[in-house]
Design a protein around this ligand. Structure first.
Ligand SMILES: Cc1ncc(COP(=O)(O)O)c(C=O)c1O
Length: 415
């Protein structure tokens, strides 16, 4: 077994509530289902520049990690926003506007109607708002601009200026809030109530269910694409997905579960060491809030509170949970960019590589391999949920810009 990452401490815990080999049930289908996916796919695939993101095979890394195949769903190119997030935030903006137009006119509208600026007068009077670590706000602001409504984005103190600038570039008004991401979530929902705005959260924390179900259903499209992109008759054995509030992990877990039934992959959530709300919730058998310093290099995963609508899916859908330190994410970003194992170089951002980092740490640990059933026949899928969404941080960590790595990737194999 090769050692791909330095020996950073990680934890691996079984989820005592895991349903193991059960079928996808009504409790899960109430959150994510085939009809919801069909609706999300119909809308999102009609947006300008929609294309499935690539599912990249990394045979060199797979060999080095002692498994059969490793697939990386690379969300770095999604709609030019650098992450998977527009699938959720912008789709939920579309649904909010659609519901408002239906309420006022009684008419059902589609993205195509909005892009043609039908009902532009009503849309211009709508304000959507959201709290964000960066990527979600960017996707809500992008959706608001695409469909023509106003947008206000709440950022907590730790969000970098690079991420703020990326959101402001889509014309959103930015408001800074002292404290953590969870404080920004509360500020956004409180203001939405007083101002009559529509909050578009990526978490249902604080009872804020609203649009967060649409956000998750939109995310499920990436998992649906990935299932279709696997080579014919391929059954993945393992899925490692990073969790912040858990929307992404629940959507991916739920979609693979619906696609593969009881024979679905062993599903492992991956979180930063100090923002391990899923790890703690699994072991308590109920949602647990993590307080104190939850900041992490993996900014999108720095969450202390799970999203309650993800719970019905992950409480039984996740087989195990891992926590990993920031250095493991940084090492994995370099590993993907340098591609010393002979694979095509890939640009993966801090939160984006966390699932892969978790898998690599588990793959080089004899006990973790045995507990998860990882061996030379395993077929592992990970979600590369972002590229260089914060270009300065990316360059600092990797030593080269994302553009340079992308240029290396283009010339790869042409030697
Ligand atoms: C790049 C990236 N990956 C993963 C996540 C985690 O998603 P969730 O909060 O839905 O668990 C986020 C959240 O912002 C993110 O930005």
């Amino acid at each position: 077994m090769n050692r791909l990452l330095s020996d950073h401490g990680f934890t691996l815990a079984d989820n005592p509530g895991s349903a193991g080999a059960q079928d996808y049930g009504p409790e899960q289908a109430a959150v994510l289902n085939a009809e919801g996916l069909r609706a999300a796919r119909a809308e999102i695939s009609s947006w300008p520049d929609y294309a499935p993101t690539p599912l990249i095979s990394l045979p060199g890394l797979a060999r080095a990690a002692g498994i059969a195949d490793l697939y990386y769903k690379d969300e770095g190119g999604r709609f030019g926003l650098g992450s998977f997030k527009p699938l959720g935030g912008a789709y939920a903006v579309m649904r909010v506007i659609g519901a408002e137009i239906q309420r006022i006119t009684g008419k059902h509208i589609t993205s195509t109607d909005l892009l043609a600026r039908r009902h532009a007068d009503i849309v211009a009077g709508i304000t959507v708002c959201a709290a964000t670590d960066g990527n979600h706000g960017r996707s809500v602001a992008w959706g608001a601009r695409m469909f023509g409504c106003r947008c206000v984005i709440y950022l907590n103190e730790a969000v970098t200026p690079g991420r703020e600038a990326a959101i402001a570039a889509y014309g959103a008004e930015i408001r800074r809030v002292p404290g953590s991401f969870d404080d920004a979530v509360r500020a956004a929902s409180d203001t939405a109530v007083t101002e009559g705005w529509h909050v578009v959260p990526d978490t249902a924390a604080g009872g804020n269910i609203g649009a967060s179900g649409d956000v998750m259903q939109g995310y499920a499209l990436l998992a649906d694409e990935a299932v279709a992109q696997l080579p014919p008759a391929t059954r993945p054995s393992h899925l490692f997905v990073q969790a912040g509030v858990g929307g992404l992990a629940a959507a991916v877990c739920g979609q693979f579960w619906q696609a593969f039934g009881a024979d679905r992959p062993v599903t492992v959530t991956v979180e930063p060491t100090n923002a391990d709300c899923w790890n703690r919730s699994f072991s308590a058998g109920a949602p647990v809030v993590v307080t104190g310093d939850i900041d992490s290099l993996m900014a999108g995963l720095s969450c202390g509170e799970i999203s309650p609508i993800s719970w019905p899916v992950l409480k039984v859908g996740a087989h195990a949970s891992m926590t990993i330190p920031d250095q493991a994410a940084a090492d994995t970003m370099r590993l993907l960019a340098d591609a010393d194992t002979g694979d095509r170089p890939v640009v993966g951002g801090e939160s984006g590589v966390a699932g892969l980092a978790g898998f690599l740490l588990a793959s080089q640990d004899t006990d973790a391999r045995a507990r998860l059933g990882l061996d030379e026949t395993s077929i592992v899928v990970v979600v590369g949920s972002e590229g260089d969404t914060d270009p300065d941080t990316y360059r600092e960590i990797v030593g080269r810009s994302g553009d340079q790595v992308r240029a290396d990737a283009k010339s790869w194999g042409r030697a």
